[in-house]
Structure formats: C-alpha cells, structure tokens
Design a protein around this ligand. Structure first.
Ligand code: G3P
Length: 212
C-alpha cells in the first residue's frame, strides 16, 4: 500500500518526504498555511517525487476545467482534486480525455465511487473519518469500493482519506486499498509501540552492565 501525507505544511512534508509516495491537500489544509496556493503546490512538487493533489474550487464544470488546466501546468505530478458531484464528474471525464490526472474527492458512497471510475478518475477518495463521525462505517465503504473496482477491473486507485488514527491505516492495508493518505501526526505514530521503547530501554540497561 502506498502512503501519502495529507497536509499542505511544507515542514511536515520535508520531514516525511523520504517515506511518502505522494501528497494530498485540500482547501482547508492550504488555507492554514497562509501562502499563495500555486506557490505552495509548486514547492510541494519539488519535495516529493509523486502525485500531489490540488483541489479545484469552482462548482461548475467549465470553471473546474479552467482551474484544472492551470493547476496541471504547475508540475507534471499535480493531480486535480474534483468534488464528487455531477458537474465534477463531467469535468473528470473531460480531464481524462486530456490526460490530466484527477482525484474524485468527498466520496461517501460506493455508487459515487462507481461513477468516478466510469468517468475515468485516476483516484477516488472516500473520507472514512467523516463517515465514522456521523455514526457510519468508513472502512465498510472502502471494502465495498474495492469489491466493485475488482469486479470490473477499474484502474481507478482508492485513496483512504480523512484518516483519524493508526487503526484506519491498518484497516486500509488489510483491505488492500491502494493508498492511505495520512496526516503528519498519525504518520509519526505508526512508528511507535510502547514495547519497542521498553525493549530498547532494557537492552541498553543490560548492555551498560556488561563487562568490556
Ligand atoms: O484531504 C482530505 C481529508 O483527508 C480530510 O480529512 O480530517 O478533514 O476529515 P478530515
């Protein structure tokens, strides 16, 4: 499974660049950085040699297409994030014809993911944490999407997004999701285990007491 980092913070991306296969951003994440959007995306593309999702914010197809074509000019690795709406999927279909990669975002049902794949989306992003937040089962949605995609051999890759804790990452991997996009703080926690720390402490203590 590929690991993306879900942030627009350059310091976080710089620290994890050696590990991650790509980056996802969204308007909320870019807004907190208080820097020009294009500038942030361009810099991210110099830090990570993989897909970098940047979101179109227009709500109509023509507006999304215009934004997408501009975003695609920033760097060859830019993937245009398009919301999972009818207007959005029309844009995705056109962008697929133009060879511009897309990420159908804010996906909350398997039918939406089916449509995204049929329209030629490069990626689809089910937001598992937000589904869990309202009492649903985000990982069950991922499982359904993977089943549908496998049944029809759709090439669209599934990005498990809105990851809130390490269990989401593990569940994504167990289900065979293509990618999990993980916030910085959670990526760091994936390395940790209290028994690893306790083990190191004990080894070092024993080592110090050894005659040399
Ligand atoms: O980048 C999209 C997604 O990961 C957002 O996550 O935590 O705002 O639901 P969250």
């Amino acid at each position: 499974m590929k690991l993306f980092i879900d942030t627009a913070n350059l310091a976080e991306i710089r620290e994890m660049a050696w590990l991650v296969d790509g980056v996802t951003t969204n308007p909320s994440l870019v807004a907190v950085e208080k820097r020009p959007f294009r500038e942030v995306i361009a810099e991210i593309c110099t830090l990570v040699q993989g897909p970098v999702s940047a979101e179109a914010t227009a709500l109509d197809t023509d507006g999304m297409l215009a934004e997408a074509r501009e975003l695609a000019k920033i760097h060859k690795n830019v993937v245009v994030k398009v919301p999972m709406t009818l207007a959005g999927m029309k844009a995705v279909q056109r962008l697929a014809e133009e060879g511009i990669p897309t990420n159908a975002t804010l996906a909350f049902s398997a039918n939406q993911a089916l449509l995204a794949a049929k329209c030629g989306a490069t990626y689809v992003s089910p937001f598992v944490g937000r589904i869990d937040d309202v009492g649903g089962d985000g990982m069950e949605l991922v499982s359904q999407i993977l089943e549908v995609y496998e049944a029809y051999a759709f090439p669209t890759e599934v990005i498990v997004a809105s990851v809130r804790h390490p269990q989401h990452v593990l569940q994504a991997a167990l289900l065979g999701a293509d990618i999990a996009t993980v916030p910085y703080a959670i990526l760091k926690r994936l390395f940790d285990h209290p028994l690893t720390d306790a083990g190191i402490e004990r080894f070092l203590k024993d080592w110090k007491g050894m005659p040399r």
